[in-house]
Ligand binder design. Structure first.
Ligand code: ADP
Ligand code: MG
Length: 350
C-alpha cells in the first residue's frame, strides 16, 4: 500500500508537450480519478506512474521513494486496461497465476491468492474456463483479479469499463469501488466520463491539454469550480455560459437586461448557471431573465428545454409538470446565489 506523489512531471513526445508541470499527491488508500477529454494526457500520466513511459522531467515517488528509475516490475504497481489484456489460450486460473509464476511465488501461496481473489470476485466457478467463454463483466473481473493477486502498492485503471454496455458499466463501477475499499489499496482511475468520475472518486483531478485544472472532491468541483473548463466539464447536462458586461455588482446582457451578481466584477464576463438551477416557475427569492424558447424534448422522466438568450443557447432541466406549450417569450428564474462569474481569462471571479 502506498501514497503516490507526482511532482512537476513533464512529458514530451518529440516536440509534443504531453504533460505540463503535473503535480498531484494521492493519499494511501485513496481512490483518485483522472478525468478529461480524449487526448488530454490521462493515459500518459497513468503509464508514467506504471513505468511504461519515461518522463521528461520531475519526480514520481511512492511512499516518499522516487521510482523514476525503477522498471515497471520493480514498481509493483498493477495496471488494469480497457481491453482486459487476458491471455486467450489460458484458463481463468492460469491467467490469475501468470504473473505470480513469473515472480516465482511458491505453489501454495499462488493457490491461496487465487482462491481468495476468485472468491471476492465471484469467479470461483469459472476458474477452468477460457476468457472467450466469459461475459464482458466476468472478463473485467479476471483482469481485476490479475491485479489483485499481486497485492500491489497501487492499482492503475485506464478506462477499464469502456467496452461494457451502460447497465453493466454502472454495476462494475460499484464493484470496483467496493473491492478497492475492502482491500484498502491506493487507486488511480482514468476516465473521460464525468459521471463515472463523480460516482467513483474520493477526489477527482481534472486534466486538460496535459495540465491539471483542479483537484478536489466531486462536490468541490461541482460547487466550486476554479475556471470555465472545470465548470463546463463537471456536471450533466453541462453548465450554461451567458456573456455579459459587468460593472460593480451588476451584469448587463447584450439586449440590455440586467441581473445582480453575487460578486463584484468589471468588463466582459461569462455568467455560469447550471441547467438544474434554472426554474420555469418563479420563487420568492428568484431573479428572472426573458428568453425565447427554441425547442424542447420530452425525456420521459423530465423535460429538456433550450432557450435563446441574446443569441446564446440556455439549457434547462425541468420536471414534467411544467406546461409544455411553446411560447415565443419565456421567463427563466434562478437564485442569484447559484450564479458563477468568470473573467476573460476564463478563471472564476470570487
Ligand atoms: P488520453 O489518455 O487523455 O486520451 P493520451 O495520454 O493517450 O491521452 O495522449 C495525450 C497526447 O499525447 C495525445 O495528443 C496523443 O496523440 C499523444 N501521444 C500519446 N502517446 C504518444 C506517442 N507514443 N507518441 C507521440 N504522441 C503520443
Ligand atoms: Mg487514454
Amino acid at each position: 500500500m502506498g501514497k503516490i506523489d507526482i511532482i512537476n512531471v513533464e512529458k514530451f513526445y518529440g516536440s509534443y508537450h504531453a504533460l505540463r508541470e503535473v503535480s498531484l499527491s494521492i493519499e494511501e488508500g485513496e481512490f483518485m480519478v483522472l478525468v478529461g477529454p480524449s487526448g488530454c494526457g490521462k493515459s500518459t500520466l497513468l503509464r508514467s506512474i506504471a513505468g511504461l513511459e519515461d518522463i521528461s522531467g520531475g519526480v514520481i515517488s511512492v511512499n516518499d521513494q522516487p521510482i523514476n528509475d525503477l522498471s515497471p516490475q520493480e514498481r509493483n504497481i498493477a495496471m488494469v486496461f480497457q481491453n482486459y489484456a487476458l491471455y486467450p489460450h489460458l484458463t481463468v486460473k492460469d491467467n490469475l497465476a501468470f504473473s505470480l509464476k513469473i515472480h516465482k511465488f511458491d505453489k501454495a501461496e499462488i493457490e491461496k491468492r487465487i482462491a481468495n481473489a476468485a472468491e471476492m470476485l465471484g469467479l470461483t466457478d469459472y476458474l477452468s474456463r477460457r476468457p472467450r467463454a466469459l461475459s464482458g463483466g466476468q472478463r473485467q473481473r479476471v483482469a481485476m483479479g490479475r491485479a489483485m493477486v499481486r497485492e500491489p502498492t497501487a492499482f492503475l485503471f485506464d478506462e477499464p469499463l469502456s467496452n461494457l454496455d451502460a447497465r453493466l458499466r454502472v454495476e462494475m463501477r460499484s464493484e470496483i469501488r467496493n473491492l478497492q475499499r475492502t482491500l484498502g489499496t491506493t487507486a488511480v482511475y482514468v476516465t473521460h466520463d464525468q459521471v463515472e468520475a463523480m460516482t467513483m472518486g474520493d477526489r477527482i483531478a481534472v486534466v486538460n491539454q496535459g495540465g491539471l485544472e483542479q483537484v478536489g472532491t466531486p462536490l468541490d468541483l461541482y460547487r466550486d469550480p476554479n475556471n470555465m473548463f472545470v465548470a463546463g466539464f463537471i456536471g450533466s447536462p453541462p453548465m450554461n455560459f451567458i456573456t455579459a458586461q459587468a460593472s460593480g455588482g451588476v451584469a448587463t446582457l447584450k439586449d440590455g437586461q440586467q441581473i445582480m451578481l453575487p460578486v463584484r466584477a468589471e468588463g466582459e464576463i461569462k455568467i455560469g448557471l447550471r441547467p438544474e438551477h434554472i426554474f420555469l416557475d418563479k420563487q420568492e427569492h428568484h431573479h428572472s431573465l426573458n428568453c425565447s424558447e427554441s425547442r424542447h424534448f420530452d425525456l420521459g422522466s423530465s423535460l429538456q428545454f433550450f432557450f435563446d438568450l441574446c443569441g446564446e443557447e440556455i439549457e434547462v432541466s425541468a420536471s414534467r409538470d411544467v406546461r409544455t406549450h411553446t411560447k415565443a417569450e419565456v421567463n427563466i428564474h434562478f437564485d442569484p446565489a447559484d450564479l458563477l462569474v468568470f473573467g476573460p481569462d476564463t478563471n472564476r471571479i470570487r
